[in-house]
Ligand binder design. Sequence first.
Ligand SMILES: [Zn+2]
Length: 429
Amino acid sequence: MWFLGLAASAGVVAIVEVDGDTTRLVRAVQVDSPGRAADWAPIPRNDPRIRSFLGADGGEAVRLERATFRVRLPDGAVPADLPRAVEAAQRLHNDAPPAERLDLLVLAEGYTEAERAAFEADADALLAGLLATSPFDRHGDLLNVWRAFGPSAESGASKDTRFEQVTRDTALSCTYGCGGADRIICCDDDAVLAAADASLPEADAIFVLVNDDEYGGAGSFTYSVSFTGPDWIPVAVHELGHVLGELYDEYDYGFDAGAYGVNCAPLPPFLPWDAWLDEPGMGAWPGCTYSNLFRPTDSGCRMRELDGPFCPVCREALVRALHAHLPPLLEAPATAAPGEAVTVGSYAGTTVEWSVDGEPFATGATATLPTCGAVTVTATVGSEWVRSDPDGVMSASQRWDLGPCPRACDTAPGPSWLAVLLLPLARRR
Ligand SMILES: [Zn+2]
């Protein structure tokens, strides 16, 4: 049953090993033919998909050596081995169709069957922590949250740290001490992705709750992980920033790299947050995941500290991520006739503006088109939290070409030699 979901997503899970500047494909599971590794494109060591992590003091840095993500293949994929049974996802928050929202799936790790209620309580606490944090406190209706329980044979997680060596039989094989850092928790990536495909194929973001009191976590753009011991919620919300907004850590790992993201960037001429620089406290401070990148605020962002909100730049990225999963913003006919009254559909609260050859002529859902020119209708979601929209997720347009308009000189009496002389001058202004 679960492999139907996997096949529907037409994905394969690739495990890569990163060593220095080289990247090697270790394993590609669920490929439709074993020799398809060529479908996999190598990634550089500094690719942002390689995991980041959060140290308790915010200062510890480590380079992780494994990264995982999906490679799309043209045909359906067939599983080689089945994961432990994971149940179909249950809705935890919101009732929108999965195709119309960002869908966050919470998975269980290290909870025995007898601890099912503890998982449910932890998932509730994660949701409450998320919805208490801006921008989710205001935009909670823009995402769905689900949980899916899969029992583990043993409680807790494995440890491969300086202080403890223990192996526990758990659903997703999560282990502390990944990459040589005690606080990083790595899971069996293909088990995590298979569990997501089995329980909610539409999941856009995955979060693994680890039933262990020991401080630890990890975040990536594919899935994030958190412990569930004392004061875990602030850590989990930070890790959610990675997987929901593709946010970088705003502290310094201690080495340089060539990659950058929405909240960590090289110095100008390119800063993704140029539009925010006139706000108090906004600027460019050195050290943002990589030593050669800069962060938008000196301090106070959740991607740097555990007691702050998301900074305006991170909040903006999260709002855009939520909108990117909504249904199309504008429903407009493919064709329209000159002089026709046209009505378009859009969300409540959006601004709809009409223009012809760049000149505005109407607002609102319905407009009577002019008899000629290039007409454009644009629907825009206003947000005080979004100042730049490079992927155009906050607006949508439809254009109709109604044909050229006769020029004034074509209908007026023949131009005098003076008018002929003046026209080019007038155009220069
Ligand atoms: Zn930030």
